[in-house]
Design a protein around this ligand. Structure first.
Ligand code: GDP
Ligand code: MG
Length: 444
């Protein structure tokens, strides 16, 4: 799979000091192969690899991360960007009835997805939805939609195969207006292959009902074909978005990448099952990217570290510990600030090995923001000498510091105790331990 394959090339990057033309060559080749195998279109793959290469070469590797991790993050970011960066919602702001027209090949899942969308809009958006089938070619098609409508208690405008598709759509829109529906979903007929007659009908329907959303429904399992079909539909029709169906199968994810890159149209939903209930998911590029990579945890960890850790500060700390210098209250305050910026430790605890070694009292101190600010206030009230040499802080100094920081002597005592514990912990981590020290770049 894509993720296994990438995993291997990332492993090869382990132990490298930085990302260079030389050491990313194999990883890039693997990314390229993996994407091609996942059915991503060649031009898209070429652009993608070039982009990743450029980003990787310009990237500084934080000491606390391995080049492999940084590379994964770059690939992940590019995947996400390629798929559109954010979730595009349906446009429901137009004057009701908002018309949603479903287009796509036969068997792509238009009828099923019409019902899924109807249920979604009814339950999540509290919309009154009307559906209509304009598929006059397959006798069973209209009954299929009617039956789905009964299952989910959504009205289906009655239509008959003897009528003209455009007339059916017009009548349904009239009815939706008169009966004040919020949304009208128009299911259309598809064919097995792209042909001019199908496109002409879809264009006529589009002209007749002026849809706010013209959604292209495509089967993710069809790989490269999905891309070609998407191109044809996008050229012929003013598509507003894409729904990728059958994403629950072992589709390799390539369709999602290529379709977005080639058509420029956002994927709005994924079809993830035959069942109407629970068979539809909003499409989130970042989730799809980490699904493709299968490395969600690493990616979010790298993100947090990159955002929040002050590289230079971490570097100073590492040097200091290496030279055997002590961890003082200045450092303690800096650690508190960094952890606070990361939103407390809770969010990263489970991702780190070795956290259980930290005394629970110290963990508590790190997780809660409010006490953290009080701790900082106490340290702020100390003189530089006191911060550097905490052992000189005897009773009278403690009283002065408490008064100066608006806290109590008990709190000052507690802080000094916690500091001592942290000092011990960091000493241990500086000597090759794992966990927080490594995360903060303190572990050579
Ligand atoms: P249409 O010809 O475009 O209207 O396609 P249909 O809605 O009739 O669906 C064709 C087949 O695909 C049916 O057997 C559906 O149950 C199946 N199908 C549709 N969407 C999905 C999906 O997201 N996942 C799976 N596994 N099957 C789907
Ligand atoms: Mg159908």
């Amino acid at each position: 799979s894509l993720s296994q394959r990438l995993n291997q090339s990332f492993k090869a990057l382990r132990g490298q000091a930085r990302l260079s033309e030389d050491n990313i060559r194999d990883a890039l080749r693997d990314v390229r192969m993996a994407l091609l195998e996942a059915d991503v279109a060649l031009p898209v793959v070429k652009d993608f690899v070039a982009e990743v290469r450029q980003k990787a070469l310009g990237e500084e590797v934080l000491r606390s991360l391995s080049p492999g991790q940084v590379f994964i993050k770059i690939v992940n970011d590019e995947l996400t960007r390629l798929m559109g960066s954010h979730n595009d919602r349906l446009d429901l702001q137009a004057r009701p009835p908002v018309v949603i027209l479903m287009a796509g090949l036969q068997g792509s899942g238009k009828t099923t997805t019409s019902a899924k969308l109807a249920l979604w809009l009814k339950e999540r958006e509290k919309k009154r939805v009307l559906m209509v089938s304009t598929d006059v070619y397959r006798p069973a098609a209209m009954e299929q939609l009617a039956s789905l409508g009964r299952d989910i208690a959504v009205e289906v405008f009655p239509s008959h195969p003897s009528q003209a598709p455009v007339q059916i759509a017009r009548d349904a829109l009239d009815a939706a207006r008169k009966q004040v529906y919020d949304v009208l979903i128009v299911d259309t007929a598809g064919r097995l292959h792209v042909d001019e007659e199908m496109m002409a009908e879809a264009r006529d329907l589009t002209a007749a009902v002026q849809p706010t959303e013209l959604l292209f429904v495509v089967d993710a399992m069809t790989g490269q074909d999905a891309v070609n079909t998407a191109k044809a539909f996008d050229t012929a029709l003013p598509l507003t978005g894409v729904i990728l169906t059958k994403a629950d199968g072992d589709a390799r994810g390539g369709a999602a990448l290529s379709i977005r890159a080639i058509s420029g149209k956002p994927i709005k939903f994924l079809g993830v099952g035959e069942k109407v209930r629970k068979g539809l998911e909003a499409f989130h590029p970042e989730r799809m990217a980490s699904r493709i990579l299968g490395m969600g945890d690493i990616v979010s960890l790298v993100e947090q570290v990159q955002q929040e850790v002050d590289v230079e500060q971490a570097q100073r700390m590492t040097d200091k510990l290496r030279k055997g210098k002590g961890f003082d209250l200045e450092d303690f305050r800096e650690q508190l600030r960094q952890v606070e910026r990361m939103g407390g430790l809770t969010s990263i605890l489970d991702k780190l090995p070795g956290m259980s070694e930290i005394p629970s009292e110290a963990q508590e101190a790190l997780q809660d923001k409010k006490p953290m600010r009080r701790l900082e206030a106490i340290i702020n009230s100390m003189t530089m000498e006191e911060r550097r040499h905490p052992e000189i802080i005897k009773a009278s100094r403690r009283r002065r510091i408490a008064a100066g920081s608006g806290t109590t002597v008990a709190e000052v005592n507690k802080l000094l105790k916690q500091f001592e514990m942290m000092q011990k912990m960091f000493k241990k981590m500086g000597k090759g331990g794992k966990g927080l020290g490594r995360l903060l770049g303190m572990n050579p």
